[in-house]
Design a protein around this ligand. Structure first.
Ligand SMILES: NC(=O)c1ccc[n+]([C@@H]2O[C@H](COP(=O)([O-])OP(=O)(O)OC[C@H]3O[C@@H](n4cnc5c(N)ncnc54)[C@H](O)[C@@H]3O)[C@@H](O)[C@H]2O)c1
Length: 339
């Protein structure tokens, strides 16, 4: 019994985690409503794995469907990726974000309880820290008031999980606070597939590099950072995928009624301009970019203290920023070839 349900498994992080799970001997079962992904991801997964994975097309707010999945498959554990994630959009459509991100967690927890499935890894985010007073941020750094409805859904979901465990249930739960996921599977078969204008830096860079966008704007070069642009902790999605496998294996060894949370980052910060320079190096082409004004709501700098995940889960990031950008660029080039 090695089935792991991955909600949002056709998404960026979920699809890479599906590969890591298979490599670790687990059997991923995907549910996705393709609201922010494409069925072609399943083909990419098939090309990597040499076989198809079980998947259900549908919404994980749909209780009847969730119960059907749990009754048709003996589920050992769950990784809950499914959520809306665009910070800007969440300020315009807050109710959609609260409804999708929070309700799906509640339906999932209730279904898990009904089917006596104890183990859950939840996708949280470094957005819960806001602009922290101390750097690097550790798990004990106080969370700040959320800057957006999206960020608030992550804080609320973390609180729901903590309260749920406090109530004495026998579940075992880990929240992983991701920093900035980048990169793609080295095969170029799967990667980040933004629908419309990318919200994240790296897809914007690679699309500009591929000529799909005219120019990248760097929002501000007057921050208190080494070159004035914002600093983030960019983590390769393959490393992030591996952290989920380590988190699950760790959960399986814990006593009942367990909750913990871990930062998942490299422990290093890089500026936006460093990311651009690294992209220019790996792609061997200059990037068309301009410096623009600061963007409201942007955090100046944040990167992770990773001591806890390094020592407790025995996980450490292996890929460099250069690896990440090389793999993102490879993926972008394959996308262009296919289109
Ligand atoms: N990518 C990041 O920068 C980042 C950073 C921190 C945290 N996270 C969190 O990690 C998780 C995965 O992020 P991602 O980058 O892979 O996003 P993604 O949008 O690529 O993947 C999410 C997947 O969930 C699906 N989905 C959304 N709502 C659903 C629902 N109700 N039912 C079924 N499927 C649904 C989408 O179609 C998509 O395939 C999210 O919870 C996100 O908030 C992402």
């Amino acid at each position: 019994m090695n089935n792991i349900l991955i909600t949002g498994g056709a998404g960026y992080i979920g699809s890479h985690t599906a590969v890591a799970l298979v490599e670790a001997g687990f059997e991923p079962i995907i549910i996705d409503n393709f609201s922010n992904s494409d069925v072609s991801v399943l083909k990419g997964l098939k090309n990597i794995l040499g076989r198809e994975l079980t998947y259900y097309e549908g919404d994980c707010n749909d209780r009847a469907l969730m119960e059907k999945i749990f009754s048709e498959n003996e589920i050992k554990g769950v990784i809950h990726f499914a959520a809306f994630k665009a910070v800007g959009e969440s300020t315009k459509l807050p109710l959609n974000y609260y409804s999708n991100n929070i309700n799906s967690l509640l339906v999932l927890l209730e279904t898990m309880e009904k089917f006596k499935v104890k183990d859950l890894v939840f996708s949280s985010s470094c957005t819960v820290y806001g602009q922290p007073d101390e750097l690097p941020v550790s798990e004990s750094t106080p969370r700040k008031e959320a800057e957006s409805p999206y960020g608030n859904t992550k804080k609320i979901c973390e609180d729901i999980l903590k309260d749920y465990i406090k109530s004495g249930v026998n579940s075992r739960i880990i929240s992983l606070r991701y920093f900035n996921p980048v990169g793609a599977h080295p095969s170029g078969e799967i990667g980040e597939l933004p629908l419309g204008i990318p919200n994240n830096l790296v897809p914007f860079i690679t699309q500009t590099g591929a000529g799909l966008r005219e120019k990248l704007t760097v929002f501000g070069d007057d921050y208190n950072t080494p070159d004035g642009s914002c600093v983030r902790d960019y983590i390769h999605v393959m490393d992030l995928a591996d952290a989920h496998v380590k988190a699950l294996k760790y959960l399986f060894q814990q006593q009942d009624n367990f909750y913990d949370l871990f930062n998942v980052g490299t422990g290093n910060g890089n500026t936006v301009l460093e990311v651009i320079k690294t992209f220019e190096k790996v792609s061997q082409k200059p990037l068309n970019y301009q410096i623009g004004p600061r963007r409201s709501g942007d955090i100046e700098k944040v990167w992770a203290n990773t001591d806890k995940i390094n020592s407790v889960l025995g996980w450490k990031a292996k890929y460099s920023l250069e690896d990440s950008l090389r793999d993102s660029w490879h993926w972008q080039q394959k996308l262009v070839e296919k289109s």
